[in-house]
Design a protein around this ligand. Structure first.
Ligand code: OFO
Length: 169
């Protein structure tokens, strides 16, 4: 059985994961409006992945006899001037999510909730990938200088990303 503290913290994380999806969907729509269909598709894939993360947390709370409570979502940003700004925002957001996962692990250890600690290790590893993949795209955008043929090449490459549900990884 989850402690009330842990249950509340996990519900908070579920909200953050669904918000991540909302934010990346907003970024996807921004890229679509900029005629960057590859980046739009990359971000839509990321939005789906975030929903899969939320689902993983929700199933875990239920498995441990807890109660999932869905809270209101914040309004995501939508004011990016150039494509690079959106990926910069995505990296900042992923660092925030990593810190939040670290806080959950700290709480699990303080409470000697080793089941939650073990469950959370999947997310600790996932955040290494999340930060790395966004950083890589950001680097590519910086190299391309934000315009011209380089940008189109990056956009084509980003369009090749496909969604893989976590369970199938
Ligand atoms: Fe769920 O990892 Fe990104 O936010």
């Amino acid at each position: 059985m989850l402690s009330e503290n842990m249950q509340n913290a996990l519900n908070g994380q579920i909200n953050k994961e669904i918000y991540s999806s909302y934010l990346y969907m907003a970024m996807s729509m921004y890229f679509e409006s900029e005629d960057l269909s590859g980046a739009a598709s990359w971000m839509k894939t990321q939005a789906l992945e975030e929903l899969a993360h939320a689902d993983k947390f929700m199933r875990y709370v239920n498995e441990r006899g807890g109660r999932v409570v869905l809270e209101a979502l914040g309004k995501p940003d939508s004011s990016w001037d150039v494509p690079l700004d959106a990926f910069d925002g995505a990296l900042k957001h992923e660092r925030f999510i990593s810190a939040s996962i670290n806080d959950l692990v700290t709480l699990a250890r303080e409470e000697k909730d080793f089941m939650s600690d073990n469950f959370l290790q999947w997310f600790v590893a996932e955040q290494v990938e999340e930060e790395a993949s966004v950083s890589e795209v950001l680097r590519m955008f910086k190299l391309a200088g934000g315009a011209g043929g380089g940008l189109l090449m990056i956009d084509r490459e980003l369009g090749s990303r496909v969604f893989t549900p976590p369970a199938a990884e």
